[in-house]
Design a protein around this ligand. Sequence first.
Ligand SMILES: C[S@@+](CC[C@H](N)C(=O)[O-])C[C@H]1O[C@@H](n2cnc3c(N)ncnc32)[C@H](O)[C@@H]1O
Length: 262
Amino acid sequence: MSSLPSAGSPAVYDRIGLGYREVRRPDPRLAALIHDALDGARTVVNVGAGAGSYEPPDAEVTAVDPSRVMLDQHPGAHRVQAGAENLPFGSGAFDAAMAIMTVHHWSDLHRGIRELRRVARRQVVLTWDPGHERELWLVSEYLPEIRNLDHARFTPVAEVAGSLGAHTVRSFPVPHDFSDGFQAAFWRRPEQYLDPIVRRASSTLAVLPSGVVERAMHRLRGDLASGEWQRRHADLLAEDTADYGYRLLIAGEDLPARTIAG
Ligand SMILES: C[S@@+](CC[C@H](N)C(=O)[O-])C[C@H]1O[C@@H](n2cnc3c(N)ncnc32)[C@H](O)[C@@H]1O
């Protein structure tokens, strides 16, 4: 059993959410993928909306989040404080529902997904697959504590896809200059993890005991200064994108059937 604190509660975002927008800047390549999946939707509910990243600019968006700190950073006109598990909307109220890097925070994933399917005709979910084989060096070499925490809160993509009735699962390999501070965003920019503001915008890193993180960052700083990190990861420095397990799931109406791919 892990003795690490839970990151799966909206209260975490009431604590760490301040300054979220500085580090979690929407990336245009991920935006294109999400907007393509939402194509044709005139009304969209963004569940776990946070500061509103990736909302389609041409749709009427209702933002839903249980964290007041996050909703206060959302620029939209329609903001509702609620959790995914009990959406305060009628059945079929929206063309589409989007849920971006949030399902791992929900207290009841399957209930939340039932709610997405109830209130919207199409569903678009971005999540991370704990079954993905390639592990970020930050986890394997510096902070293995992240592994238990993330494996406890993220649900295998096949299970999320099953619950959603997804007809499409798309991979999103992370570009080396990705602008949104996901945990794996800085796979080719290791010095970024040394910045406490960057670490605070990742709910996993933010809830790890500070002593554990400081010790790991001390080692990383040393390995970067000596050139040891660069020697160990010369292969990474030659890659432009890397697949660390982020997946976009699409379900519901109005999209041509596609084959589910790993
Ligand atoms: C990593 S942030 C993602 C925010 C935004 N979707 C984005 O892509 O930047 C996760 C969000 O999920 C929200 N959240 C936590 N528990 C939730 C729940 N039960 N239902 C809906 N959202 C929840 C948090 O408050 C936080 O805003």
